[in-house]
Design a protein around this ligand. Structure first.
Ligand code: SF4
Length: 414
């Protein structure tokens, strides 16, 4: 019920004829609003940055309707009604992993090899070739960490993909893999990232960030790269003039201040480099992992979190929602709470969300479906490439008869 009434509240505001500035002013005219929340609303209206303590205050005290108005004000100031998506496919080399993150539903320890897969170079290139002639602009490569996937292997993979299809943007691996393979190769981060760039890497996705603060990270993701190492690798990548994304895994054992601490560290790095494009809050899902006893966050909390992220991360251009992880309906709602990007036209090529218990067990959505999803809630659908160049503005596009979507099955190592 709260969910419906909160959504209705935003819906009515949009239909009331008030622009987003008038909506914030209406909030400020509310005599019941606390001084702290009034000050934050003033800051948002004036384009000023909110502090760490104000971020925590929002999590602890702000209601969804208030947060939605402020986040939507910022979203529309930056992007109007534009909602971005890209056409990509995922390439997941392996789900075997030397690490044992407690929240991970995806990986299989090497001793559980019979439940996993590990693709060869040839198999990976075969998957890339299946998309020949398809209008995808990006391959997103991420998976488990195994010793055989080292600097030489990934360099050869990136180079082979670019040689086969130069127009396909290679977005690959996270600091978790990079830290591991560079350490094994005994090279520093700066050298390693330069080698990856020379091999064909074009951007880094946001994964592996989880929660940076060691108090939480050591409980849920012990042994893999630390929060500081994650930030250092992105910083080296940005120094090369390259772009990346950032995530935050929320809604498990962390406190609100850990989330703000996480966002603060990203905001600080972004002030120095400007290399981040998108911030992606990732909802913790509790199926088939070692944290199944931890309840999941509610949809209300998910929307509050998107909105606070939009308010706090003032130097990030984009806030993205993974529809495959939070459901199509929540993704639609999130467009009123600060989100301006919905990832992506996945072609059933990732198992990461479905294995964690997401509603979408075969996460495929055609371009037509995704465009309609965005248009249904009154936003404009813009296909972008990885670097947010506009590929197609779908405002006036009329779709032809849909082609049957392609699927491929991941091989299983026995
Ligand atoms: S989250 Fe990543 S690093 Fe951790 S166990 Fe899963 S695949 Fe391995």
């Amino acid at each position: 019920m709260i969910f419906k009434s909160a959504h209705y509240c935003i819906f009515v505001q949009n239909k009331s004829g008030m622009n987003t500035t008038e909506q914030v002013e209406k909030i400020l005219a509310d005599t019941n609003l606390s001084t702290e929340l009034q000050n934050i609303a003033h800051k948002v209206l004036n384009g000023e940055r909110i502090t760490f303590d104000e971020g925590v205050h929002l999590y602890e005290h702000a209601e969804l309707g208030y947060l939605g108005v402020l986040a939507n004000y910022i979203r529309e100031k930056k992007h109007g009604d534009k909602t971005y998506f890209n056409r990509n496919f995922h390439l997941e080399p392996t789900n075997l992993c030397v690490y044992d993150c407690k929240f991970c539903s995806y990986s299989r320890l090497i001793k559980q090899k019979e439940e996993g897969w590990a693709l060869t170079m040839e198999q990976m290139l075969d998957i890339v070739k299946k998309y020949d002639g398809e209008p995808v602009t990006e391959v997103h490569i991420v998976g488990g960490v195994l010793p055989q996937y080292d600097v030489a292997f990934y360099s050869a993979l990136f180079t082979a993909i670019k040689q086969h299809r130069p127009d396909l943007h290679v977005k690959a691996l996270t600091p978790v893999e990079y830290h591991y393979i560079f350490k094994k190769a005994k090279i520093d981060y700066a050298t390693g990232m330069r080698l990856m760039k020379e091999a064909g890497l074009e951007s880094i996705p946001g994964g592996g960030a989880e929660i940076f603060h060691p108090e939480i990270r050591e409980q849920i993701a012990k042994d893999k790269c630390t929060g500081q190492q994650w930030l250092d690798i992105h910083e080296e990548w940005h120094k090369l003039g390259m772009r990346s994304n950032a995530t935050m895994l929320y809604g498990h054992i962390e406190k609100y201040w850990h989330r703000v601490d996480h966002m603060e560290k990203l905001r600080e790095l972004q002030d120095r480099t400007g290399g981040f494009q998108t911030f992606i809050p990732l909802k913790f899902r509790n199926q088939h992992n070692q944290m199944s006893n931890v309840p999941e966050s509610s949809v209300i909390e998910d929307l509050r979190n998107y909105a606070i992220a939009r308010i706090y991360m003032d130097n990030f251009d984009h806030i993205k929602a993974y529809w495959a992880m939070i459901s199509r309906e929540t993704a639609q709602l999130s467009l009123n709470y600060g989100v301006d990007d919905i990832d992506g036209t996945l072609d059933d090529t990732t198992k990461i969300y479905s294995m964690a218990g997401a509603e979408e067990q075969t996460p495929a959505m055609s371009t037509k479906e995704l465009v309609n999803l965005i248009k249904q809630v009154g936003r404009k659908a813009i296909e972008r490439d990885t670097l947010y160049n506009v590929v197609t503005d779908f405002e006036n596009v009329v779709f032809e008869e849909e082609k049957k979507p392609q699927y491929y099955k991941l091989p299983v190592v026995n």
